[in-house]
Design a protein around this ligand. Sequence first.
Ligand code: PMP
Length: 361
Amino acid sequence: MSATYNFCAGPAMLPTPVMAKAQAEFINWQDNGCSVMELSHRSKVFMQLAAKAEADLRSLMNIPANYKVLFMHGGGRGQFSAVPHNLLPEGGKADYVISGSWSKAAAKEAANYGEINTVEVVTKTDESQTVLAPADWALSKDAAYVHYCPNETVDGIEIFDIPETGDIPLVADMSSTIMSREIDVSRFGLIYAGAQKNIGPSGLTIVIVREDLLGNARLTTPSVLNYQLAASNDSMYNTPPTFAWYLAGLVFEWLTELGGVKAIEQVNKEKAALLYDYIDSNNFYVNNIDSQYRSLMNVPFWLTDESLNDAFLAEAEQAGLLALKGHRSVGGMRASIYNAMPLAGVQALVDFMTDFADRNK
Ligand code: PMP
C-alpha cells in the first residue's frame, strides 16, 4: 500500500514511530508481563512513566516551576465547564473573546455559571476574514479571567500575539495549537488542551495552571473537575486515562528527539507556507483569511466551483489523502496538519490539488 496521509482535525494522526513503538510493546510492556493499560495507575512502574511524561512536557514547553500540570479527563468541552467552576466566583464576571466556533462554545458553556462578557474579534465579509489585534480588544477591567482560543480548529483562524491582561489571569484553549510553536507559558494563568491533536489519543486533557489560581473551586464543582484535588493527588484522584497518558509520553519523547517545539515550529511553518502559497497561486482554490491570522495547524480551503467538492474528496481519498472534508458549519475542505503530519504529506496534498485543478479547469 502506498503512503496514506490523514488530515483529520481530531482525533488526528499520530507520529508513525510512536505508533510502531506502542504496537511493539502493546501486550508486554517493559517486561511487566502485561500491557501498560492493564497496570494499576498506582503501581511504581506506572507512576514512573507518569512522572517522566510530565517532566518531558515541562521541558518541551518550558513550564515554570510555579505551574501545575494536570492530566485530566473530559476533553476540551470538559474544560469549558471546569474553567468557570474553578476560576469564576459566584456572582463574578469573565471575558470571553470570540474568534470562531470553539471560543463561542466555551462562552456558551461558561454562561451557565455566571456573567459572561463576550468580545467579538472577527470581521467577515464574503471575500475576507480578519481579526482585531489583541491590543485593541475591549476587555473589562474587573473580569475574573479572560478566555480565548489561540487557534480555532474549525475556522482556521490563529491569533499569534498573546493579549496583555495585566493582573487578570489569561486562560487559553490550546487544544489545536499546543506544542505546535513556542509560547511563553508565564503569560498565562491557565492553558488547557484536549490531547487528540498534538499530544496523543482522545480521552486525556492537559491543564497547565498557575499555582495561585488553585483552591477556588465552587462548593458545587464536581470533584473530577476540581483542579486543586487533581493537583494535590498528582492527577490520580480518580483513575486517569492511563493508556492515553502512556501514549502522550511517547509523543513527548518523539518530539524531544526531533529537537523539541522550536524544531517542529520550523517544520510547521514550512508545511503551512507550502499549502497557503499554493492556494494563493491560483483561482481554483481559495482561503479568504487575512494572512496574519491563518492557522498553522488547520487550513480550510474552498474550491471556487463547489460542484466539484464530491469529486475532489473521492479522488483525494483514492490518492490516500484522507479526511479532507471541511467542518459542516463552514463547508469546503480542511487540511489539518498537526505536528505528526510530515512535510511529504503536505507535498502529496499540493501535488494532488495541482493535478485535480489541471484536470477540471
Ligand atoms: N476546543 C478546540 C479548540 C477544539 O478543537 C476542540 C475539538 N475539536 C474542542 C475544544 C472540544 O474538544 P473535545 O471534543 O475534546 O471536548
